[in-house]
Ligand binder design. Sequence first.
Ligand SMILES: C[S@@+](CC[C@H](N)C(=O)[O-])C[C@H]1O[C@@H](n2cnc3c(N)ncnc32)[C@H](O)[C@@H]1O
Length: 203
Amino acid sequence: MISNPKVVFFDGIAEKWDGWEDLPALERKLAAGLDELDVRADETVLDVGCGTGNLTRALLAKLSPEGRVLAIDISSRMIEVARRKVADPRVSWHSEDARRLSFGAGTCDRIICYSVWPHFEERRAVAIELGRVLRPGGSLHVWHLIPRQRINEIHAGASEAISRDMLPPVEETAEMLASVGFRIATASESAGGYLVTAVKPER
Ligand SMILES: C[S@@+](CC[C@H](N)C(=O)[O-])C[C@H]1O[C@@H](n2cnc3c(N)ncnc32)[C@H](O)[C@@H]1O
């Protein structure tokens, strides 16, 4: 069987990932960001490319006992680290590719792609799949907390497995999401990060 170089790459850095983050600072930024996204307490939120579970943990802090997080990642080693760190019955972990999800249509109230969008090989196909599992009226966020230029510099200097994983300008991401049926609510980028919020129309 041919192995996916990105899976091999992310499996290989799973145990080191949190050591590269300032976790208390990240936790504060994620909490403040989630307040701005206006996450409601009883939502079912899909965390795409959950990695070691830092966004999942921040989401759980906002959710009530009725809220749920579906956390997915192509790297089973990332999920192993996340599971060890975040033990909560409101989260379910899934080792799967955003391109082909196991969830039914309209399962999620909200989808967050935090620090993962540049890594998708087929972004349009991923956007269509995310649109399938999102309920009408639900929001999809493409979100980063560091500026696009910096993300692209880091990837360009990294392993060949991710060195071509470039984050496009917000206008380009917004245009692609609109072309597959989303309504764009926000598209902004600055030194503080990158956010495109796309809403699935209620039809
Ligand atoms: C840069 S890391 C960020 C992890 C996490 N979101 C965070 O910020 O801590 C990107 C993550 O996305 C995952 N990933 C990459 N491509 C994916 C795909 N097609 N489907 C699901 N997960 C993917 C990787 O395995 C990795 O864990």
